[in-house]
Design a protein around this ligand. Structure first.
Ligand code: ADP
Ligand code: MG
Length: 351
Protein backbone atom coordinates (compact mmCIF):
# COMPACT_ATOMS: atom_id res chain seq x y z
CA UNK A 1 0.00 0.00 0.00
CA UNK A 2 1.38 3.40 -0.94
CA UNK A 3 0.06 6.40 0.95
CA UNK A 4 1.48 9.79 0.11
CA UNK A 5 -1.02 12.01 1.90
CA UNK A 6 -2.19 10.93 5.31
CA UNK A 7 -4.03 12.49 8.23
CA UNK A 8 -3.20 11.53 11.82
CA UNK A 9 -5.56 11.96 14.74
CA UNK A 10 -3.15 11.96 17.66
CA UNK A 11 -5.70 11.17 20.35
CA UNK A 12 -5.25 10.55 24.06
CA UNK A 13 -7.04 7.24 23.60
CA UNK A 14 -6.11 6.15 20.07
CA UNK A 15 -3.95 7.14 17.16
CA UNK A 16 -5.98 6.94 13.98
CA UNK A 17 -4.54 7.33 10.47
CA UNK A 18 -6.75 8.07 7.47
CA UNK A 19 -6.38 8.94 3.81
CA UNK A 20 -8.86 10.98 1.84
CA UNK A 21 -9.45 8.17 -0.66
CA UNK A 22 -9.68 5.21 1.70
CA UNK A 23 -10.88 6.68 4.98
CA UNK A 24 -9.46 5.12 8.14
CA UNK A 25 -6.55 2.80 7.30
CA UNK A 26 -5.08 2.33 10.77
CA UNK A 27 -6.21 2.61 14.38
CA UNK A 28 -4.40 1.56 17.54
CA UNK A 29 -4.58 2.60 21.20
CA UNK A 30 -2.03 5.30 22.08
CA UNK A 31 -0.35 3.10 24.67
CA UNK A 32 3.16 1.68 25.04
CA UNK A 33 4.89 -0.66 27.48
CA UNK A 34 8.42 -0.18 28.82
CA UNK A 35 10.58 -2.79 30.53
CA UNK A 36 12.11 -0.62 33.26
CA UNK A 37 14.99 -3.08 33.82
CA UNK A 38 16.35 -2.44 30.35
CA UNK A 39 14.50 0.82 29.60
CA UNK A 40 13.33 -0.70 26.32
CA UNK A 41 9.93 -0.37 24.69
CA UNK A 42 8.54 -3.89 24.55
CA UNK A 43 5.05 -3.34 23.12
CA UNK A 44 2.87 -0.62 21.59
CA UNK A 45 -0.81 -0.23 20.71
CA UNK A 46 -3.17 -3.18 21.29
CA UNK A 47 -0.40 -5.41 22.64
CA UNK A 48 0.47 -2.84 25.32
CA UNK A 49 -3.20 -2.14 26.13
CA UNK A 50 -3.75 -5.82 26.96
CA UNK A 51 -1.04 -5.55 29.64
CA UNK A 52 -2.83 -2.85 31.65
CA UNK A 53 -3.53 -4.15 35.16
CA UNK A 54 -1.86 -7.48 34.37
CA UNK A 55 1.84 -6.65 33.96
CA UNK A 56 4.60 -7.36 36.51
CA UNK A 57 5.91 -4.36 38.44
CA UNK A 58 8.96 -3.85 36.23
CA UNK A 59 6.74 -3.11 33.22
CA UNK A 60 5.45 0.44 32.94
CA UNK A 61 2.37 0.99 30.80
CA UNK A 62 2.50 4.51 29.41
CA UNK A 63 -0.10 6.71 27.76
CA UNK A 64 2.26 9.25 26.22
CA UNK A 65 -0.38 11.76 25.11
CA UNK A 66 -2.57 13.80 27.35
CA UNK A 67 -5.30 15.94 25.81
CA UNK A 68 -3.52 15.55 22.46
CA UNK A 69 -0.32 16.96 23.91
CA UNK A 70 2.89 14.98 24.12
CA UNK A 71 3.81 14.06 27.70
CA UNK A 72 6.38 11.39 26.87
CA UNK A 73 8.44 12.22 23.80
CA UNK A 74 10.27 8.95 23.37
CA UNK A 75 7.11 6.87 23.49
CA UNK A 76 5.15 9.25 21.24
CA UNK A 77 7.99 9.16 18.69
CA UNK A 78 8.04 5.39 18.80
CA UNK A 79 4.26 5.12 18.31
CA UNK A 80 4.20 7.61 15.43
CA UNK A 81 7.24 6.09 13.70
CA UNK A 82 5.94 2.52 13.97
CA UNK A 83 2.36 3.38 13.00
CA UNK A 84 3.26 5.67 10.07
CA UNK A 85 5.72 3.10 8.76
CA UNK A 86 3.04 0.46 8.91
CA UNK A 87 0.79 2.59 6.70
CA UNK A 88 3.44 4.05 4.39
CA UNK A 89 5.55 1.18 3.20
CA UNK A 90 7.26 3.24 0.50
CA UNK A 91 10.54 4.65 1.87
CA UNK A 92 11.19 6.64 -1.31
CA UNK A 93 8.01 8.66 -1.65
CA UNK A 94 7.63 10.20 1.76
CA UNK A 95 4.12 11.23 2.84
CA UNK A 96 2.68 14.68 3.36
CA UNK A 97 1.14 14.43 6.81
CA UNK A 98 -1.60 16.49 8.43
CA UNK A 99 -1.90 16.13 12.20
CA UNK A 100 -4.77 17.51 14.21
CA UNK A 101 -3.92 19.34 17.41
CA UNK A 102 -6.09 20.61 20.27
CA UNK A 103 -7.07 24.27 20.18
CA UNK A 104 -5.19 25.01 23.41
CA UNK A 105 -1.80 23.75 22.14
CA UNK A 106 1.21 26.03 22.72
CA UNK A 107 3.94 26.73 20.14
CA UNK A 108 6.45 24.50 21.94
CA UNK A 109 3.98 21.64 22.18
CA UNK A 110 3.14 22.00 18.49
CA UNK A 111 6.87 21.90 17.64
CA UNK A 112 7.17 18.61 19.54
CA UNK A 113 4.35 17.10 17.46
CA UNK A 114 5.98 18.31 14.23
CA UNK A 115 9.37 16.87 15.26
CA UNK A 116 7.86 13.46 15.96
CA UNK A 117 6.08 13.38 12.61
CA UNK A 118 9.23 14.42 10.74
CA UNK A 119 11.14 11.69 12.59
CA UNK A 120 8.58 9.24 11.23
CA UNK A 121 9.70 10.20 7.70
CA UNK A 122 7.13 12.82 6.70
CA UNK A 123 8.03 15.05 3.75
CA UNK A 124 5.85 17.92 4.92
CA UNK A 125 3.81 18.40 8.09
CA UNK A 126 0.60 20.40 8.42
CA UNK A 127 -1.18 21.14 11.67
CA UNK A 128 -4.94 21.41 11.71
CA UNK A 129 -7.18 22.45 14.61
CA UNK A 130 -9.09 19.49 15.96
CA UNK A 131 -12.57 21.10 15.69
CA UNK A 132 -11.87 22.19 12.10
CA UNK A 133 -10.84 18.61 11.30
CA UNK A 134 -13.92 17.30 13.10
CA UNK A 135 -16.22 19.57 11.06
CA UNK A 136 -14.54 18.56 7.81
CA UNK A 137 -14.78 14.88 8.75
CA UNK A 138 -18.48 15.25 9.45
CA UNK A 139 -18.95 16.71 5.98
CA UNK A 140 -19.98 20.22 7.10
CA UNK A 141 -19.53 22.96 4.54
CA UNK A 142 -17.15 25.02 6.63
CA UNK A 143 -16.27 27.32 3.72
CA UNK A 144 -19.60 29.09 3.87
CA UNK A 145 -19.97 32.40 5.73
CA UNK A 146 -22.16 30.60 8.27
CA UNK A 147 -21.45 29.66 11.84
CA UNK A 148 -21.33 26.02 12.84
CA UNK A 149 -20.50 24.68 16.27
CA UNK A 150 -18.58 21.49 16.88
CA UNK A 151 -17.95 19.82 20.22
CA UNK A 152 -15.33 17.07 20.09
CA UNK A 153 -15.44 14.89 23.19
CA UNK A 154 -12.40 12.63 23.30
CA UNK A 155 -10.76 10.72 26.12
CA UNK A 156 -8.87 13.54 27.82
CA UNK A 157 -10.49 16.76 26.71
CA UNK A 158 -13.56 18.31 25.16
CA UNK A 159 -12.78 20.83 22.43
CA UNK A 160 -15.49 23.29 21.53
CA UNK A 161 -15.40 25.64 18.55
CA UNK A 162 -17.53 27.87 16.41
CA UNK A 163 -16.30 27.78 12.82
CA UNK A 164 -17.10 30.03 9.88
CA UNK A 165 -15.49 30.52 6.47
CA UNK A 166 -12.93 27.78 7.03
CA UNK A 167 -11.58 29.04 10.34
CA UNK A 168 -12.46 28.95 14.00
CA UNK A 169 -14.03 32.08 15.39
CA UNK A 170 -14.35 31.07 19.04
CA UNK A 171 -12.94 28.04 20.81
CA UNK A 172 -12.41 26.53 24.25
CA UNK A 173 -11.12 23.32 25.73
CA UNK A 174 -12.07 21.64 29.03
CA UNK A 175 -10.38 18.63 30.62
CA UNK A 176 -13.71 16.85 30.98
CA UNK A 177 -14.22 13.96 28.55
CA UNK A 178 -14.37 10.14 28.42
CA UNK A 179 -11.69 9.49 31.06
CA UNK A 180 -13.25 11.94 33.51
CA UNK A 181 -16.58 10.07 33.19
CA UNK A 182 -14.76 6.76 33.89
CA UNK A 183 -13.09 8.26 36.96
CA UNK A 184 -16.29 9.71 38.35
CA UNK A 185 -18.05 6.35 37.93
CA UNK A 186 -15.19 4.53 39.71
CA UNK A 187 -15.29 7.10 42.49
CA UNK A 188 -19.04 6.73 42.88
CA UNK A 189 -18.78 2.91 43.20
CA UNK A 190 -15.99 3.29 45.72
CA UNK A 191 -17.86 5.82 47.87
CA UNK A 192 -21.25 4.10 47.74
CA UNK A 193 -20.22 0.43 47.98
CA UNK A 194 -16.61 0.58 49.21
CA UNK A 195 -15.56 -1.40 46.16
CA UNK A 196 -12.51 -0.44 44.13
CA UNK A 197 -12.90 -1.11 40.41
CA UNK A 198 -10.29 -0.87 37.65
CA UNK A 199 -10.40 1.66 34.79
CA UNK A 200 -11.61 -0.97 32.31
CA UNK A 201 -14.61 -1.88 34.48
CA UNK A 202 -15.42 1.81 34.95
CA UNK A 203 -15.31 2.34 31.16
CA UNK A 204 -17.50 -0.71 30.61
CA UNK A 205 -20.04 0.66 33.13
CA UNK A 206 -20.03 3.96 31.26
CA UNK A 207 -20.66 2.29 27.89
CA UNK A 208 -23.18 -0.33 29.06
CA UNK A 209 -25.09 1.35 31.85
CA UNK A 210 -24.48 5.09 32.27
CA UNK A 211 -26.90 7.62 30.84
CA UNK A 212 -27.04 11.40 31.21
CA UNK A 213 -30.77 11.83 30.79
CA UNK A 214 -33.20 10.29 33.25
CA UNK A 215 -35.84 7.96 31.76
CA UNK A 216 -34.04 7.66 28.40
CA UNK A 217 -32.55 4.29 29.29
CA UNK A 218 -32.50 1.80 32.14
CA UNK A 219 -29.80 -0.85 32.39
CA UNK A 220 -27.81 -2.82 34.91
CA UNK A 221 -24.38 -4.45 35.07
CA UNK A 222 -22.67 -6.65 37.64
CA UNK A 223 -19.25 -5.36 38.53
CA UNK A 224 -16.42 -7.19 40.25
CA UNK A 225 -13.85 -5.36 42.29
CA UNK A 226 -12.00 -5.30 45.55
CA UNK A 227 -13.96 -4.61 48.73
CA UNK A 228 -12.30 -2.24 51.17
CA UNK A 229 -14.49 -3.61 53.95
CA UNK A 230 -13.68 -7.32 53.67
CA UNK A 231 -10.41 -6.97 51.74
CA UNK A 232 -11.76 -9.67 49.41
CA UNK A 233 -13.11 -9.71 45.87
CA UNK A 234 -16.69 -8.44 45.72
CA UNK A 235 -19.60 -8.19 43.26
CA UNK A 236 -22.27 -5.54 42.99
CA UNK A 237 -25.12 -4.69 40.65
CA UNK A 238 -24.94 -1.12 39.34
CA UNK A 239 -28.05 0.45 37.81
CA UNK A 240 -28.36 3.33 35.37
CA UNK A 241 -30.28 5.38 37.92
CA UNK A 242 -27.31 5.11 40.33
CA UNK A 243 -25.10 6.90 37.84
CA UNK A 244 -27.33 9.81 36.72
CA UNK A 245 -26.09 12.21 39.32
CA UNK A 246 -22.29 11.86 38.98
CA UNK A 247 -22.53 11.69 35.19
CA UNK A 248 -24.82 14.71 34.91
CA UNK A 249 -22.59 16.71 37.22
CA UNK A 250 -19.67 16.23 34.84
CA UNK A 251 -21.76 16.80 31.74
CA UNK A 252 -22.78 20.15 33.25
CA UNK A 253 -19.16 21.26 33.02
CA UNK A 254 -19.26 20.64 29.26
CA UNK A 255 -22.53 22.60 29.14
CA UNK A 256 -20.92 25.52 31.01
CA UNK A 257 -17.95 25.62 28.63
CA UNK A 258 -20.22 25.45 25.55
CA UNK A 259 -22.38 28.17 27.08
CA UNK A 260 -19.34 30.43 27.48
CA UNK A 261 -18.32 29.89 23.87
CA UNK A 262 -21.85 30.64 22.64
CA UNK A 263 -22.03 33.73 24.82
CA UNK A 264 -18.86 35.18 23.31
CA UNK A 265 -19.82 34.26 19.73
CA UNK A 266 -20.79 37.24 17.52
CA UNK A 267 -24.61 37.47 17.26
CA UNK A 268 -24.94 36.58 13.54
CA UNK A 269 -22.92 33.41 14.01
CA UNK A 270 -24.73 32.54 17.26
CA UNK A 271 -28.01 32.84 15.34
CA UNK A 272 -26.63 30.40 12.72
CA UNK A 273 -25.75 27.92 15.47
CA UNK A 274 -29.21 28.29 17.02
CA UNK A 275 -30.67 27.42 13.62
CA UNK A 276 -28.37 24.62 12.50
CA UNK A 277 -27.55 23.13 15.89
CA UNK A 278 -24.41 21.66 17.40
CA UNK A 279 -22.45 18.71 16.04
CA UNK A 280 -20.83 16.24 18.45
CA UNK A 281 -17.77 14.19 17.48
CA UNK A 282 -15.29 11.97 19.36
CA UNK A 283 -15.87 8.72 21.23
CA UNK A 284 -17.04 10.54 24.36
CA UNK A 285 -20.06 11.87 22.45
CA UNK A 286 -21.46 8.32 22.41
CA UNK A 287 -22.20 8.47 26.13
CA UNK A 288 -25.89 7.63 26.30
CA UNK A 289 -28.18 10.62 26.75
CA UNK A 290 -25.35 13.16 26.48
CA UNK A 291 -26.60 14.69 23.22
CA UNK A 292 -30.12 15.16 24.57
CA UNK A 293 -28.77 16.48 27.88
CA UNK A 294 -26.71 19.12 26.04
CA UNK A 295 -29.66 19.96 23.79
CA UNK A 296 -31.94 20.44 26.80
CA UNK A 297 -29.47 22.62 28.68
CA UNK A 298 -28.32 24.75 25.74
CA UNK A 299 -31.72 24.98 23.98
CA UNK A 300 -30.15 24.05 20.65
CA UNK A 301 -30.44 20.88 18.54
CA UNK A 302 -27.50 18.55 19.13
CA UNK A 303 -26.57 15.79 16.66
CA UNK A 304 -23.89 13.13 16.90
CA UNK A 305 -21.77 12.91 13.74
CA UNK A 306 -21.89 9.63 11.84
CA UNK A 307 -18.92 7.46 12.89
CA UNK A 308 -17.91 9.91 15.66
CA UNK A 309 -14.74 8.00 16.65
CA UNK A 310 -13.15 8.33 13.21
CA UNK A 311 -14.56 11.68 12.19
CA UNK A 312 -11.50 13.74 13.22
CA UNK A 313 -9.05 11.41 11.44
CA UNK A 314 -11.07 11.54 8.22
CA UNK A 315 -11.30 15.33 8.44
CA UNK A 316 -7.57 15.62 9.13
CA UNK A 317 -6.83 13.67 5.94
CA UNK A 318 -9.34 15.80 4.03
CA UNK A 319 -7.69 19.00 5.28
CA UNK A 320 -4.70 18.36 3.02
CA UNK A 321 -6.73 18.98 -0.11
CA UNK A 322 -9.09 21.44 1.58
CA UNK A 323 -6.20 23.43 3.06
CA UNK A 324 -6.35 26.12 0.42
CA UNK A 325 -9.69 27.38 1.65
CA UNK A 326 -9.11 26.97 5.37
CA UNK A 327 -8.49 30.50 6.58
CA UNK A 328 -7.25 29.58 10.03
CA UNK A 329 -6.63 26.42 11.96
CA UNK A 330 -4.52 24.90 9.19
CA UNK A 331 -0.87 25.64 8.56
CA UNK A 332 2.23 24.20 7.00
CA UNK A 333 4.41 23.55 10.03
CA UNK A 334 7.38 22.06 8.17
CA UNK A 335 10.46 23.84 9.55
CA UNK A 336 12.06 26.29 7.08
CA UNK A 337 15.31 24.34 7.06
CA UNK A 338 13.34 21.29 5.94
CA UNK A 339 11.73 23.26 3.12
CA UNK A 340 15.12 24.35 1.81
CA UNK A 341 16.33 20.74 1.95
CA UNK A 342 13.26 19.70 -0.03
CA UNK A 343 13.95 22.45 -2.53
CA UNK A 344 17.57 21.44 -3.09
CA UNK A 345 16.58 17.78 -3.36
CA UNK A 346 14.23 18.76 -6.19
CA UNK A 347 16.76 21.06 -7.87
CA UNK A 348 20.33 19.97 -7.09
CA UNK A 349 21.71 23.09 -8.84
CA UNK A 350 19.48 25.49 -6.91
CA UNK A 351 22.33 26.97 -4.86
N1 ADP B 1 -20.19 3.71 23.29
C1 ADP B 1 -19.51 4.59 24.04
N2 ADP B 1 -20.13 5.25 25.04
C2 ADP B 1 -19.49 6.14 25.80
N3 ADP B 1 -18.18 6.45 25.64
C3 ADP B 1 -17.51 5.82 24.65
C4 ADP B 1 -18.12 4.88 23.79
N4 ADP B 1 -17.19 4.42 22.91
C5 ADP B 1 -16.05 5.07 23.20
N5 ADP B 1 -16.23 5.91 24.23
C6 ADP B 1 -15.22 6.76 24.90
O1 ADP B 1 -14.63 7.61 23.96
C7 ADP B 1 -13.35 8.02 24.47
C8 ADP B 1 -12.34 7.98 23.35
O2 ADP B 1 -12.76 8.82 22.33
P1 ADP B 1 -11.74 9.28 21.19
O3 ADP B 1 -12.46 10.26 20.34
O4 ADP B 1 -11.14 8.09 20.55
O5 ADP B 1 -10.65 9.99 22.13
P2 ADP B 1 -9.28 10.68 21.79
O6 ADP B 1 -9.54 11.68 20.73
O7 ADP B 1 -8.89 11.28 23.10
O8 ADP B 1 -8.33 9.58 21.37
C9 ADP B 1 -13.00 7.06 25.58
O9 ADP B 1 -13.10 7.70 26.83
C10 ADP B 1 -14.07 5.97 25.46
O10 ADP B 1 -14.40 5.39 26.70
MG1 MG C 1 -9.87 13.04 19.47
Amino acid sequence: MKQHDIGIDLGTTSIIIATEEQGVVFSQPSVGAVDTRTNSIIAVGDAALKMIGRAPSYIDIIRPLRDGIIQDHRMTNELIVRFVNEVCCSRILKPRVAVCVPVAITGIEADAVVESVLAAGARQVFLVDEPVAAALGAGLDIRAPRGCMVIDIGGGSTDIAVISMGGRVRAASVPVAGNAFDNCIAQYVQEKYSIAIGPRTAEELKKQVACCTASEFEGVMEIRGHSWETNLPARQLIYTRDLYEPVQELASRIVAAAHNVLESTPPELAADVAQSGILLTGGGSMLRGLASFLAGELHVDVTIAPDPLNCVARGTAASLSAGKYLTAGFRDATPKIWHSRLQSARDPFAN
